[in-house]
Design a binder for this molecule. Sequence first.
Ligand code: ADP
Length: 446
Amino acid sequence: SPSGSHSETSQPSESRDDAEEKDVSKSDISLLQKLLHSKLVQSKSDIEVLRKDPTSPLYSVKSFEALHLKPELLKGVYDMGFNAPSKIQETALPTLLADPPTNMIAQSQSGTGKTAAFVLTMLSRVDVSKNYPQCLCLAPTYELALQIGEVTKEMSKFMSGLRIVHAVRGERVSRGDKLDCHILIGTPGTTQDWATRFGAFDLKKIKVFVLDEADVMISLQGHQDQSYRLQKGLSPNCQMLLFSATYDESVMAFAEKIIPNDPVIIKLRREEESLDNIKQYYIECSSQEEKFEALSNIYGAISIGQSMIFCATRRTASTLAEKMTKDGHAVGLLSGELPIEMRADIIKRFRDGKEKVLITTNVSARGIDVEQVTVVVNFDLPITPDNKPDCETYLHRIGRTGRFGKNGIAINFVDGQRSMTTMRYIEKHFGRTISKLDAGDLDAIE
Ligand code: ADP
């Protein structure tokens, strides 16, 4: 490991602690986002249409009525509290629901309404009077498949007789059994077993095929091949759809291979985060003790709305949580060993204002946006797994998009040559000054 500088405050024992905090998997981040998104993430960006269907002009709708849904489905949509289509839905739904069916690849960040869009498509096309699977949706993990099932159940609650089955580990079929459900939602492995080994349903009869979370899918061993094999068994008339939260070459290569016949490709760019209106400071300390003290001073001296504190290790985070609790602060502690549902609860409590301070390790904070935070403290600066300054993470923690609060404060702790170098690197990278703050004189902040 690149140790050596004894002025650094991290002890060997903390490095071990750090190593325990293994990186969070893409599927965990995705599930956490699902659990946290109780409402739509609004976006000011415009939809980009990378490829459209030359035979039918792409148009968008501003209301669900304009889609001519089955009445019981429209009722279900309204009952979920949806008043109007989200940005991605405005453009995607007319194409998704048009006849003859069109294939589509769509990308937009988590929380923008993709799941609702393809669930609506499946429910629009399913014929409840036919007792065999007509829609097949693949998700990367057990938990993500169940999440989609929940949405499908909710949206279809006024459609009588609809049956949904999950093809996931733990669910069994016997050889010769024929599924009589209408919608099948599963992981690629189990779904493939059911289709080929057990012959539990006929891939040729699937009318809508959805591959969700393509970016997570390709990060998991074997899922890509199993998905291909399933797709190959589909009828050429089947409508094939792929959704992804991110969009890079590897996702695109997979998408273009699995969704044939010149699919319509649409994309909603994530809003750029910027450091405008963020005041950035650093505080120099020479020991871990001094850092704790300086932090305690900050919270004593200025009135802080909601704040997040990022630490490199679990040990630092829990020590910090203890000290701040003793100081009388209501603190939430987010750490990687907690099950995802518990992490989601802690974040929700913080969002609801039950705690004003959220302390987290660098790793367990991956993928979460907490919009109302006004102060961000980097108790330890973010570094990549190979020990380089992590500018992207820094921007994501501190930066704001146009729609969120205007002003913010970032306070970075520097404790030795290495972290000073990291701080200077980040400062240079963004071309914005990070001003020195004297821990004994905090007037400069306000
Ligand atoms: P994604 O699949 O892109 O992560 P979801 O479809 O899960 O997004 O939607 C995110 C959240 O927004 C969910 O809580 C969902 O119920 C809600 N939602 C989706 N579409 C709409 C809409 N048109 N109006 C209001 N809320 C919506």
